[in-house]
Design a protein around this ligand. Structure first.
Ligand code: E4P
Length: 217
């Protein structure tokens, strides 16, 4: 499973990219607003750090506006993926961009039917939002499983990008359900490495190694 980080914070992106764990980045208007940065500048900067796919979302709600904005975003860098909302206009724009060889990420997916539509218009990625379904007492992870089955039934090549991930458990479950990618907030990526037995075991090894009085170098 590929790991994307879900943020527009440059410091986190740089730190995580250096670990070798990061395959790409997703942003959204809320994350850009939180960063306080100029949208196009921050997208360019992210694309200069991470060579993998970087999703940048259009703000327009109508087809013509989405096409105009998507063209601008796609020109910012070769690795920009144009992020479009799951509406009829967004799907139509996805089809147009697919025809031009521009990569797309169809966002705000909350049902298997929506995912089916995105695949039919040739989306590169579909972003089902797990956490937001859990927030309203639905089972977000079931959606990933259902989309996996549908896409496999018809050999759709659209990649399932598990989004709105809120916990380390979500990452495990998305991997088990066969998501191609998970886009994860930095705080959750840092938590993935933690285990109390790793911490305790390492403390003991350090103590015992010191007691030998030896040095490897
Ligand atoms: C995905 O592309 C979205 O940016 C993101 O995962 C949304 O997460 P949230 O529901 O925690 O805001």
């Amino acid at each position: 499973m590929q790991f994307f980080v879900d943020t527009a914070e440059i410091a986190d992106i740089k730190k995580l990219y250096e670990t070798g764990l990061l395959d790409g980045v997703t942003t959204n208007p809320s994350l850009v607003a939180k960063s306080g940065r100029n949208f196009k500048e921050v997208v360019k900067e992210i694309c200069g750090i991470v060579p993998g796919p970087v999703s940048a979302e259009v703000a327009a709600l109508d087809y013509d506006g989405m096409i105009a904005e998507g063209e601008v975003l796609a020109k910012l860098a070769d690795n920009v993926v144009v992020k479009l909302p799951l509406t009829f206009d967004g799907l139509r724009a996805t089809k147009t961009f697919a025809g031009r060889g521009v990569k797309t990420n169809v966002t705000l997916c909350f049902s298997p039917n929506q995912a089916l539509l995105a695949a039919k218009v040739g989306a590169t990625y579909i972003s089902p939002f797990i956490g937001r379904l859990d927030d309203i007492n639905l089972e977000g992870m079931e959606l990933i499983e259902q989309i996996r089955t549908i896409y496999d039934n018809y050999n759709f090549t659209t990649q399932i990008l598990a989004a709105s991930i809120r916990s380390a458990n979500h990452v495990t479950q998305a991997a088990l359900a066969g998501a191609d990618v998970a886009t994860i907030p930095p705080s959750v990526i840092y938590k993935l490495v933690d285990h109390p037995l790793t911490k305790n075991g390492l403390e003991q090894f350090v103590k015992d190694w010191k007691s030998t009085g030896q040095s490897i170098l």
